[in-house]
Design a protein around this ligand. Structure first.
Ligand SMILES: Nc1ncnc2c1ncn2[C@@H]1O[C@H](COP(=O)(O)OP(=O)(O)OP(=O)(O)O)[C@@H](O)[C@H]1O
Length: 331
């Protein structure tokens, strides 16, 4: 488990991380999402002990990252935004070097290196100098060193940057496989990627946590209260008349769709699907389609990271839990 408590990081006057609190539970994949400069890398660097916080603390499996760095780091594998590889070493030499740094027992080193090389598909370049590797292979090597030692928690800053589509799919599969036995936290700008692999999403904006939930809940709760699109057989007047009998509607736009059908978009503070069904049936007006509109993760992201949005995060509906000062926002 990771506990991030009231984390603040200031660079001079600039507050890159602003009282950030959240908890990461074991055995799941968390996506750290935010626009450029939101504070993702800074937070990850603090969580992994690479950077000191101005205020607040991070506990990894109960170990304070600053006070018990060895114990905390033993639980973490980290792929920073720029993988820390040495160009003059071969892939294999570098992984041996990392194994020593991670204090993996000598007798286990060969076996573990072989495993991570296989997992990240580095076999064919294992003897090659790192400076001659493509960006994709360097990224995979960065991932291999993060996995080495099979730590409980694996933190990946933009793991698929620079990879081609085939490699992206492979790395996603690898992340999913790792998540069976590890907790994985990854940062990304790519919404579809986060949507595809993560169980939980933390959205960060201007250093603050603005949402923390499953992708499904985020999409559902931000789908504009209840928006429903309908298509009915009849005239606009007839449909308007039926809708006027449903007082809980807060908005409606009605327009002809075909010669004999009408389309409408309706909003309400509650779920009105059953009322709609009954009202149209009672008026003998066939309801041909009734579709609740779900916001895409992209819309959720844009909504939550609009300028100044983080100031009013309290208003985020439903399960979207912004941080609180006690260290809430449990993920
Ligand atoms: N060493 C530094 N000195 C001064 N400001 C910094 C430093 N590192 C980061 N920043 C600033 O802190 C803010 C957060 O940066 P950070 O790299 O954590 O964001 P990010 O969400 O990871 O962005 P990106 O997605 O572009 O990598 C940015 O405004 C950045 O310019």
């Amino acid at each position: 488990m990771i506990e991030v408590k009231n984390l603040v990081k200031r660079y001079g006057d600039h507050c890159a991380v602003d009282h950030l609190s959240f908890t990461v539970a074991d055995g799941q994949i968390y996506g750290f999402l935010g626009p450029n400069g939101a504070g993702k890398s800074t937070t990850m660097n603090i969580m992994t002990g690479y950077l000191a916080a101005t205020e607040g603390e991070v506990l990894i499996e109960g170990h304070n990252v600053l006070e018990e760095p060895e114990e905390a780091r033993r639980c973490i594998g980290y792929l920073p935004e720029i993988p820390p590889v040495y160009p003059e070493m071969t892939v294999r030499e570098y992984l041996h070097f990392c194994a020593q740094l991670k204090k993996i027992p000598k007798a286990e080193q060969e076996n573990q290196i072989a495993q991570v090389v296989a997992l990240t598909h580095l076999e064919e370049v294992a003897g090659r100098l790192i400076r001659n590797l493509s960006k994709g292979y360097r990224q995979r090597l960065g991932l291999a060193q993060a996995i080495l030692g099979f730590p409980k928690i694996i933190i990946l800053d933009e793991p698929t940057v620079g990879l081609d589509p085939k490699q992206i799919i492979e790395i996603r599969d690898l992340i999913r496989r790792l998540a069976r036995e590890h907790t994985v936290i990854l940062s990304s700008h790519i919404l579809s990627e986060v949507r595809a692999v993560c169980d939980h999403i933390l959205i960060i904006h201007k250093g603050k946590l603005v949402a923390c939930d499953t992708p499904e809940n985020l999409e559902e709760h931000l789908s504009g209260a209840h928006t429903v699109e309908i298509e009915a057989k009849g005239s606009c007047e007839q449909v308007e008349e039926i809708l006027s009998g449903i007082p809980s509607l807060t908005g409606k736009t009605v327009s002809p769709k075909t010669e004999s059908t009408v389309a409408a978009e309706l909003t309400a503070a509650q779920d009105v699907r059953e009322q709609l069904f009954r009202a149209f049936a009672a008026a003998d007006c066939p309801l041909l389609e009734l579709t609740p509109r779900i916001a895409s993760l992209e819309e959720v992201f844009l909504e939550l990271t609009r300028g100044g949005r983080e100031e009013s995060a309290d208003g985020v509906p439903g399960e979207v839990r912004p941080q609180d000062e006690e260290g809430g926002g449990q993920a």
